[in-house]
Design a protein around this ligand. Structure first.
Ligand SMILES: Nc1ncnc2c1ncn2[C@@H]1O[C@H](COP(=O)(O)OP(=O)(O)O)[C@@H](O)[C@H]1O
Ligand SMILES: [Mg+2]
Length: 323
């Protein structure tokens, strides 16, 4: 990881030190600022480097599924739980567990997580016996947890547990000195495996890169450079190689009447289509959590396997036949 920004350099030092301890680290930063990359770096610098590193997003799953993903479940815990699932805590035993988007964790799961962190044991869903686990927690969020606590969406006691070492990663637009540094680095990397060879950046293109506000941060910058490799030609990266949202003239603002109409009558949020989309997502998540195993996914969704297949057909989800 590279930087010339004094703030981020300090962050790297803190990560190096924190790696030597067992303390829970909470990384805060916008999407694409490198939270997951820092979490893996922290693990690799720690005495647990030879142990496992597991990552789970707390935003992607409904509460019951997240709970069984984190803490596991025993065979027969719910209808059709055909086999034991160890859960991420046990999979990360003697290693590190990265809890991404931790602010999105449902309250009931937060309560269970706190218990696990305090007792160093997990009780799988449907299980009786606590099982000891030795896991180092690294959490990440793009939100200020304190704000979530004040809004009543996050437990204060859990916040204190998680943010023993709080680390803030500044957005790319706040460390402009890194924009061209990272650009050069990505160009060097992509030169290695592309037909196009970029030798330099035109000053006009550099200006555009420096002026952009990078809401997607380093991930967005990387994608922009990849785009330039695909779209442009020749040894000079110029403005015309950049995606339209950077190179084009700024979008004209919508006529006042349109904005007024839009704010006067809010669009319906939930339509039949969005309900279908929700279900599609839920099914896709369950299938992913069950590694494509339809029977297990059906269990996680609380429906029979036949219902699941029928819904998948109706919603146009392609089933992967497994086991
Ligand atoms: N300082 C850095 N130097 C080089 N690449 C970086 C740096 N920080 C992030 N990246 C890259 O940017 C992308 C987004 O990083 P990621 O850790 O997934 O961000 P987040 O988890 O905050 O959304 C990844 O491809 C990562 O390798
Ligand atoms: Mg991420």
């Amino acid at each position: 990881m590279v930087t010339r920004d004094p703030g981020l350099t300090r962050v790297f030092r803190i990560v190096e030190k924190a790696a030597q301890s067992q303390a829970s680290v909470l990384l805060r930063g916008e999407t694409g600022t490198g939270k997951e990359l820092l979490a893996t770096a922290l693990h690799q610098l720690s005495p647990r480097q030879h142990g496992p590193f597991h990552a789970i997003s707390c935003a992607a799953l409904p509460a019951s599924l997240l709970e069984s993903e984190l803490f596991g479940h025993v065979r027969g815990a719910f209808t059709g739980a055909v086999r034991d699932n160890p859960g991420h805590f046990r999979l990360a035993n003697k290693g590190s567990l990265f809890l991404d988007e931790v602010a999105e964790m449902p309250m009931e799961v937060q309560a269970k997580l706190l218990r696990v962190l305090e007792t160093h044991t997990v009780i799988p869903v449907g299980g009786q016996e606590p099982i000891s686990v030795d896991v180092r927690i690294i959490a990440a969020t793009h939100k200020a947890l304190r704000g979530e606590v004040e809004a009543g969406r996050f437990r204060a006691d859990l916040m204190y547990r998680l943010r023993v070492v709080p680390i803030f990663i500044p957005a790319l637009r706040e460390r402009v000195c890194d924009i061209l540094l990272l650009t050069q680095r990505f160009i060097r990397e992509l030169n290695q495996r592309s037909a196009r060879q970029i030798a330099e950046i035109s000053s006009a293109a550099a200006e555009v890169l420096l002026a952009h506000d990078w809401p997607g941060n380093i991930r967005e910058l990387r994608n922009v450079i990849e785009y330039a490799f695909v779209i442009g030609e020749g040894p000079v990266l110029d403005v015309s190689d950049l995606p339209p949202e950077l190179s084009g003239s700024p979008l004209p603002s919508p006529p006042a009447a349109v904005t007024r109409a839009a704010s006067a009558r809010p669009f319906p949020v939930r339509t039949v289509e969005s309900a279908k989309e929700d279900e599609r997502n839920r099914i896709a998540e369950a299938l992913q959590a069950a590694s494509g195993h339809a029977g297990q996914a059906a269990t996680l969704l609380g429906m029979s396997r036949i219902t699941l297949w029928r819904r998948m057909k109706q919603l146009g989800i392609a089933g992967r036949r497994t086991r």
